[in-house]
Design a protein around this ligand. Structure first.
Ligand code: PAF
Length: 281
C-alpha cells in the first residue's frame, strides 16, 4: 500500500490508472477506522480495480463549538487496518494543501440540507459537500462508497453528483452495528460504559417504529411519539430530532405512504449520535 500526502502525486497516480483503463473505487473517511469503514472498503474493492481510501479530519464541517480538536485520531492504527484490507492507496492530505491561504469556494445544496442535522449543525453540510467535491476532483474515482449511517450526507452526495454531472457511481453501505445493536461510529469512543447502554435506545427506537409500522400504524406523528417515549424511558438523553422522511428527497411525511426513512439524532451525555432505519411500503 502506498501512502500519499500530496494532491499532485495523488492526481498523477489516478491519471496513470485512468490511462491503463483501471476502475478506481474511493472511500473518503475521517479516520479512526472501525468495522463500518472496513465494510465500505470491502464494497469498494469488489466494485473496482484500484481502491483509494482518504483520511482527512475536515475542519470546515465542524462548528466552532464542536469536537474538531478532540475528534479521535489514530493514523498508525488506521494505516495498519488499510494495509490488511489490501487498499492500494491511503491518501492523507494536509489541511494546508486542502485549504491554502485565500481559499474561498463553498459548495452549497439548497434543499436537501434543510432540517434534520442542519438544525443544530448549520454549516456542516457545506463543509462536507465542499471537501467531498475536492476529494472527487483529486482522486477522480468512477465509484465512491459512503455509509448509510450518515443518511442525510449520503443523500446530499447523491444529489450533488447528479446536479454537477460528476459521473461517479455513489454506493451506500449498510450500517454496521455491534452485537447489541449500537451503530458503529468513531464518536462511540466518547461514551462511558453507562452511556453506551443508554445509546442502545436509538436502535431500539428504530425497531419500535418498524414494528408499529408493520402492525399497521402509518401516521408519522404517532410513530414518532412512540419513539420519543421509548427514548425518554430508557435514558436521560436529549433528543435533537426524530423524523420520518421520504427516503430520497428527505421531505418530512405526515403519513408513510411511500418508502420512507426514520432518522434520529440524540445526545447521550455530551455525545451526539445519529442513526436511521428504513420504514418501507
Ligand atoms: O463521513 C465522513 O467521514 C465525512 O463526513 C467525509 C464524507 C469523509 C467528509 O469529510
Amino acid at each position: 500500500m502506498k501512502v500519499i500526502h500530496s494532491i499532485t502525486e495523488m492526481q498523477q497516480q489516478t491519471d496513470q490508472w485512468h490511462s491503463e483503463k483501471k476502475r478506481i473505487s474511493f472511500v473518503p473517511t475521517m479516520g479512526y477506522l472501525h468495522e463500518g469503514h472496513l465494510s465500505l472498503i470491502r464494497i469498494a474493492k469488489e466494485k473496482g480495480d484500484r481502491t483509494v481510501v482518504s483520511i482527512f479530519v475536515n475542519p470546515t464541517q465542524f462548528g466552532p463549538k464542536e469536537d474538531f480538536e478532540k475528534y479521535p485520531r489514530d493514523t498508525e492504527g488506521d494505516l495498519e487496518k488499510l494495509e490488511k484490507e489490501s487498499v492500494d492507496i491511503a491518501f492523507l492530505p494536509t489541511a494546508e494543501e486542502m485549504y491554502p491561504n485565500g481559499f474561498q469556494t463553498t459548495v452549497h445544496l439548497s434543499k436537501i440540507t434543510q432540517g434534520l442535522c442542519s438544525i443544530t449543525r448549520p454549516a456542516h453540510f457545506d463543509g462536507v459537500a465542499t471537501v467531498v467535491l475536492k476529494l472527487f476532483n483529486i482522486v477522480k474515482p468512477q465509484m465512491a462508497v459512503f455509509g448509510e449511517k450518515d443518511y442525510q450526507q449520503l443523500a446530499l452526495i447523491r444529489q450533488m453528483t447528479f446536479d454537477l454531472d460528476l459521473n461517479i457511481e455513489i454506493v451506500g453501505g449498510e450500517t454496521v452495528r455491534n452485537s447489541k445493536g449500537l451503530a458503529l461510529s468513531s464518536r462511540n469512543a466518547y461514551l462511558t460504559a453507562e452511556e453506551e447502554t443508554e445509546a442502545l435506545s436509538l436502535s431500539l427506537a428504530i425497531a419500535r417504529v418498524q414494528t408499529l409500522y408493520r402492525e399497521g400504524e402509518k401516521n408519522t406523528a404517532r410513530l414518532l411519539s412512540e419513539a420519543d417515549k421509548l427514548i425518554r424511558i430508557h435514558t436521560s438523553a436529549s433528543i435533537d430530532y426524530l423524523a420520518i422522511v421520504d427516503e430520497n428527497s428527505l421531505e418530512p411525511l405526515e403519513k408513510v405512504d411511500r418508502s420512507a426513512r426514520f432518522l434520529l439524532a440524540v445526545k447521550i451525555g455530551k455525545t451526539r449520535l445519529i442513526d436511521n432505519g428504513p420504514v418501507q411500503l
